[in-house]
Unconditional design. Structure first.
Length: 236
């Protein structure tokens, strides 16, 4: 419990300056949303914390102060719904998978089956993370058996492994390869791909529920959709 709270505090990123008279929303969000959410202008002071969806759920369950939670899959959010910890979720975006490779694609990875090549260093997210579970589903669809060199706790860590050269490839979200420095993307065809659905919900224990509801509403409005589309997210 203490570790969860400590990691939450260390990860907080404050958007804008606050004053004593201005309430601050605390938003827990999936790591893949970091850049898109940084471009949001919700009209309030917002403190973001980005992590894997499984970590966000654990934080809400542990009672870490939060007003809004946004996950990269509905299964994670459903866990909070069943525990009556959040209000009714709203789907605000979708995403697809892609293969992240080094610039110039030195490993000559063209299709999903190339990830099974002997000696290829592949990084994946752990199966407890939405993108890790989706990657496993895509590999199963293609009957591709792999031996990853690492299993990471969020999608950003997979991107980092590839960008640093510790891995030659990784399965990430399409939005990560369109904006992340140090990697390029190889498309996964729709018949093998998996669509990620992103829901957001107001945390019942939050101190600013009216403002939190307005933040969630704006995610599906013109400004929110424009910010998300600019970073490659699909409409809900």
């Amino acid at each position: 419990m203490r570790r969860i709270v400590a990691s939450f505090v260390a990860a907080l990123v404050v958007a804008g300056c606050t004053t004593a008279s201005e309430p601050t929303l605390t938003v827990l969000a999936a790591a893949s949303l970091a850049e898109a959410f940084a471009d949001l202008d919700p009209g309030e002071q917002v403190r973001y914390s980005f992590a894997g969806s499984q970590q966000l759920v654990a934080q809400v369950e542990a009672g870490v102060p939060a007003d809004v939670v946004a996950t990269a899959d509905e299964a994670a959010m459903d866990r909070l719904v069943r525990a009556n910890l959040v209000e009714t979720p709203v789907v605000f975006a979708r995403n697809k998978l892609a293969i992240a490779v080094r610039p110039g694609n030195p490993g000559r990875i063209r299709v999903l089956a190339d990830l099974a090549r002997p000696g290829l260093r592949l990084a994946l997210a752990d199966g407890t993370v939405p993108v890790g579970r989706f990657a496993q589903q895509a590999l199963q669809k293609g009957s591709v058996r792999v031996r990853p060199v690492s299993l990471e706790l969020d999608v950003k860590a997979v991107v980092s492994r590839v960008a640093s050269g510790e891995a030659e490839a990784g399965i990430v979200y399409a939005t990560d390869v369109t904006r992340a420095s140090g990697v390029e993307g190889v498309a996964i065809p729709d018949d093998l791909n998996v669509v990620a659905t992103y829901p957001a919900a107001v945390v019942r224990a939050g101190a600013n529920r009216p403002l939190a509801r307005r933040f969630v509403f704006r995610l599906t409005g013109d400004r929110g959709r424009a910010a998300l589309a600019a970073h490659g997210f699909l409409a809900p």
